[in-house]
Design a protein around this ligand. Structure first.
Ligand code: PEP
Ligand code: MN
Length: 269
C-alpha cells in the first residue's frame, strides 16, 4: 500500500485481513464466449475462439435472468441447464479448453463441478454467503463477479469469505455498477456503469487478480473494445468478454455481444 493511502487511514475503516504480499494463482486472463450455451453450435464457437487464442471459454448453462420467463425458447429456460452442461462437457473433450460457467446454488456445486474448470459466481449471488462458504471448501478456481451495488469493503469481504474456507485460487471480476442515467435516453440497453477506478483501488489492498468484464459493464457492443483497453491500462489482469457468431441473435445479452473480428482485434490487435 503506498504511503499516501496509508496516511489517509482509510484502511482502518476497511476490515481487511487479506494478505497483500501473497501471490494468488490465476492462469485465465483471456476468457470469452457467448453469454449462454444456446445449443450444439457452442462446439464450433469454442473451436473458433480457441483459434483466436483464448485461455478459457465462458458460457452459462444456468442463467439467472431478470425476468425468468421472458426469453423461454426451445428448451432454453434461464439457460439450457443440464443439457447445457452436457454440451460444455463435449466442448471440453473436443477442444481441451477450460470452461468458466456459473453455479447459482450450493446444491449444484458437484454437478456443475463435473464440467466447470472455473466456478463463476454471478453478480446476483455475490453475497450469497452459503454459496461462497461452500465454494471456499472446493479447490477449483473461482471467478467472483462483483455485485452491482458492492463497496470495496464488500468486495474484499466476499473474497475473504472464500479464502478462509481454504480456496485461494480466486479472481475478482468487475462487471459494472448501478447507475448510468445520463446515457439511458440514447442507449436504452445500458444498465450498468463501468467502474474502472475500482481496479487500482483494489490493488492498493490485495494481489487477488482482477478480471474485467467490458460486456456487462457497458451493455453496448461499440463500447466493449475501448473499455477493454481502458481496463487493461488501469491494471486489470485479464478480460472476460461476451462473443457470439451472430451477436444480435444471442438469446441473452444480445446488445453487448461482439463478433469474432472485434474479439480478435481486442485480443490480438
Ligand atoms: C454473465 O456473465 O453472463 C452474467 C450473468 O453476469 P453477471 O452475473 O455479472 O450479471
Ligand atoms: Mn451475459
Amino acid at each position: 500500500m503506498n504511503e499516501y493511502i496509508k496516511s489517509l487511514k482509510y484502511q482502518d475503516k476497511l476490515n481487511i485481513s487479506i494478505d497483500k504480499t501473497k501471490t494468488f494463482n490465476w492462469e485465465y486472463t483471456k476468457i470469452a464466449g457467448p453469454c449462454s450455451v444456446e445449443g450444439v453450435e457452442i462446439i464450433d464457437i469454442a473451436i473458433k475462439l480457441k483459434q483466436l487464442g483464448i485461455d478459457a471459454l465462458r458460457a452459462g448453462a444456468y442463467k439467472p435472468c431478470t425476468y425468468p420467463v421472458l426469453k423461454e425458447t426451445n428448451g432454453w429456460k434461464e439457460g439450457l441447464r443440464e443439457e447445457g452442461l452436457n454440451l460444455l462437457k463435449e466442448v471440453k473433450n473436443i477442444t481441451n479448453l477450460p470452461i468458466v460457467t456459473e453455479v447459482m446454488d450450493p446444491r449444484m456445486i458437484d454437478k456443475v463441478g463435473e464440467v466447470a474448470d472455473v466456478f463463476q459466481i454471478g453478480t446476483r449471488n455475490f453475497q450469497n454467503y452459503t454459496l461462497l462458504d461452500e465454494l471456499g471448501k472446493t479447490n477449483k478456481p473461482i471467478l467472483l463477479k462483483r455485485g452491482t451495488w458492492a463497496t470495496i469493503d464488500e468486495i474484499l469481504g466476499a473474497c475473504e469469505r472464500i479464502l478462509v474456507g481454504g480456496n485461494e485460487n480466486i479472481a475478482i471480476c468487475l462487471r459494472g455498477v448501478v447507475g448510468m442515467p445520463s446515457y439511458r435516453h440514447i442507449f436504452p440497453t445500458i444498465r450498468w456503469a463501468p467502474d474502472l477506478m475500482m481496479i487500482p483501488a483494489l490493488k492498493e489492498f490485495t494481489n487477488i487478480p482482477i478480471i474485467y468484464d467490458p460486456s456487462h459493464s457497458t451493455g453496448y457492443r461499440n463500447f466493449v473494445k475501448p473499455i477493454s483497453k481502458a481496463a487493461l491500462a488501469a491494471g486489470a489482469d485479464g478480460l472476460i468478454i461476451e462473443c457470439h457468431p451472430r451477436p444480435d441473435e444471442s438469446i441473452s445479452d444480445p446488445t453487448q455481444a461482439i463478433d469474432y473480428n472485434t474479439l480478435n482485434e481486442i485480443l490480438n490487435g
